[in-house]
Design a protein around this ligand. Structure first.
Ligand SMILES: O=P(O)(O)OC[C@H]1O[C@H](OP(=O)(O)OP(=O)(O)O)[C@H](O)[C@@H]1O
Ligand code: HPA
Ligand SMILES: [Mg+2]
Length: 181
């Protein structure tokens, strides 16, 4: 796909994200109070920034593992086909698990990964997504915790990309394409 000229408008500031992560961490601590070990699973690549900030805020014993799932390629529309490019290193049977996602849009990615992980019989499986775009949902699914509900706009930053770019922005922004008005 050729690079499309665009500008980025800030939607959620880095400060607002940090404040929300503190609140979410307290709720997750309450839910997993007394756990021997919480396996925190990030969905690569989009969640790499969120999981890094979240685990550092959690006052719980944690292990970190990753799955790489991809459905967007370089497009702004889901292919609705979730490919698992990398599976977990560790086993999760009988363990407490938190799946960390950056954004739930159509719902295909989190749905697919949740089903796959549930089949491995964890003791408890919960999900968290920093962003939720309910207007675009095609699968009836809600993460157990959501950072922010956002409008039907393509977003980037804080780990989230457009054609692999802009993951390094410290805030969440919306992409305004200049070739489409
Ligand atoms: O709810 P959905 O419509 O499935 O969309 C959400 C998923 O899409 C993006 O991942 P992508 O496939 O672009 O891969 P990436 O995380 O490597 O950027 C995003 O990071 C979520 O994982
Ligand atoms: O709004 C989005 N931005 C980037 N990647 C995405 N994947 C699903 N929704 C989005
Ligand atoms: Mg992703």
């Amino acid at each position: 796909m050729p690079h499309r000229p665009h500008v980025i408008d800030q939607l959620i500031s880095a400060k607002a994200i940090a404040a929300r992560i503190e609140e979410l961490a307290r709720e997750i601590e309450a839910e997993f109070k007394g756990t021997e070990m919480l396996i925190v699973i990030g969905l690569l690549r989009g969640s790499f920034v969120f999981i890094a900030d979240l685990v550092r805020e959690l006052d719980l014993p944690v292990e970190v593992d990753f799955i790489e799932a991809s459905s967007y390629g370089n497009a702004t529309e889901s292919s609705r086909e979730v490919r698992i490019l990398k599976d977990l290193r560790g086993k999760i049977q009988g363990r407490d698990v938190l799946v960390v996602e950056d954004i739930v849009d159509t719902g295909f990615t989190l749905h697919h990964v949740s089903l796959m992980l549930k089949a491995r019989e964890p003791a408890k499986l919960r999900t968290i997504a920093l962003l939720d775009k309910p207007s675009r949902r095609e699968i009836d699914l809600k993460a157990d915790w959501i950072g922010f509900e956002i409008p039907d706009k393509f977003v980037v930053g804080y780990g989230i990309d457009f054609a692999q770019r802009n993951r390094d922005l410290p805030y969440i922004g919306t992409v305004r394409f200049l070739d489409q008005g």
